[in-house]
Design a protein around this ligand. Structure first.
Ligand SMILES: Nc1nc2c(ncn2[C@@H]2O[C@H](COP(=O)(O)OP(=O)(O)OP(=O)(O)O)[C@@H](O)[C@H]2O)c(=O)[nH]1
Ligand SMILES: [Mg+2]
Length: 368
């Protein structure tokens, strides 16, 4: 029998009450395990029974300078982690499916406001929509960086997460192959450059299969047939990700596990303990570095010396900073005075094309 939302919510409350009443000791261990399992099952049912509740949590407004999504299986420690690095007090618990909505928090780093999404745990077959998985992944896709949260005692979960993402055509830490395509009214398919590694006939067949019959196409990088289909049909997504290997306080082999995971999947793995707050500063720094942003400081020419932080993309120039500050300033911009890692000496006079670096202090000089 399918239970309705209200019944399930009541059941969960009752189980939780029983859970909190039961003192943990040798005699009650089994009983407690059973309650935990029941709570997990009821929460799973609730997620399925009430897509509506689930949806409410998925239209999370993006705010701040960049967005990070915490992705992992239930109980990996996502909520514990967000509570430790951001301004949230999200519920954490021993049983699975504690978090049922996406809850945003803010992590401050180098004056950047980084929005972090705590998410419901993913389960196997999430890509088919199980446990609201498609929606969770949908929200993760809108982030600038995925931080996988993996329990050090369950590292096999990582393989499963990758499978779920691959099934949704999300490529992790892979460079998007460069493909140019200009549709034509007639003339058939012309393959101008083909560095795909696929025979020309196969490329043409794929295009035809996708209903593209007249186009000039250049493929500049190696690409498999599946990926080519995925890109041309507009579904392929490319995302940066790192792994936080959590609960290292519970496993003395964590260094070995981290190295193994990192090697096997060519991904950066940062061992942490969310609850013991181990290595979290390092994790924060690596999150920031992987977001591809820098913080620079604007200094007014005269008067108060208050510096105003500004977040820019890596590789940004003085002109980009001026544009972000105020569009009107760009036309009047004569030069800038820069002190910091990008300047050769303090108060260096630089042009609009000068590339800025983390921690630079800039003063714009306008044409009189
Ligand atoms: N020993 C230890 N326990 C941890 C650590 N991080 C989290 N936990 C515990 O693991 C359990 C699950 O943590 P949560 O933060 O609720 O996990 P979650 O990933 O948010 O789980 P869902 O919301 O159900 O997807 C809780 O009992 C936490 O106290 C850690 O670093 N060390
Ligand atoms: Mg949670």
């Amino acid at each position: 029998m399918v239970q309705d939302k209200g019944t399930l919510e009541q059941k969960i409350e009752e189980l939780k009450e029983e859970y909190s009443r039961t003192k943990e000791n040798k005699k009650t261990n089994y009983h407690i395990g059973l309650i935990r399992m029941k709570i997990a099952q009821a929460k799973r049912d609730l997620v399925v029974a009430s897509k509506k509740i689930h949806r409410e949590g998925f239209f999370v407004k993006k705010t701040g300078d960049a967005t990070v999504a915490l992705v992992g299986f239930p109980s990996a420690g996502k909520s514990s982690l967000i509570n430790a690095i951001a301004n949230t007090r999200n519920k954490t618990a021993l049983y699975a499916f504690t978090t049922t909505q996406i809850i945003p928090g803010t992590m401050l780093y180098n004056d950047a406001h980084i929005q972090v999404f705590d998410m419901p745990g993913l389960i196997e077959d999430a890509h088919l929509g199980k446990g609201g998985g498609r929606m969770v992944i949908g929200a993760a896709k809108s982030a600038d960086l995925i931080v996988f949260v993996i329990d050090v005692n369950q590292i096999q979960q990582f393989e499963k997460l990758m499978k779920e993402l691959n099934a949704l055509e999300i490529n992790i830490n892979k460079k998007r192959p460069y493909i140019q395509m200009v549709d034509q009214p007639t003339g058939g398919i012309k393959l101008e450059v083909n560095k795909s590694g696929l025979p020309e006939e196969d490329v043409k067949e794929i295009l035809n299969g996708l209903g593209i019959h007249n186009t000039i196409i250049s493929i500049w990088n190696k690409v498999s047939d599946d990926e080519l289909i995925s890109i041309i049909s507009g579904r392929a997504i490319y995302m940066r990700a790192i792994v936080s290997l959590n609960k290292i306080d519970t496993n003395k082999d964590y260094e070995k596990m981290a190295a193994e995971l990192s090697k096997k999947y060519s991904i950066e793995v940062i061992p942490i303990s969310a609850t013991n707050r181990t290595n979290l500063d390092h994790l924060k720094r690596r999150i920031y570095d992987n977001l591809g942003i820098i913080t620079v400081y604007l200094k007014p020419r005269m008067g108060e010396e208050k510096l105003m932080p500004m977040i820019l993309g890596k590789g940004a120039t003085v002109e980009d900073a001026a544009k972000k500050f105020h569009t009107s300033i760009v036309d009047e911009l004569k030069c800038a005075i820069v002190t910091g890692p990008s300047s050769r000496f303090p108060n260096q006079k630089v042009g609009a094309e000068h590339e800025l670096a983390e921690g630079d202090v800039i003063t714009f000089i306008k044409n009189k």
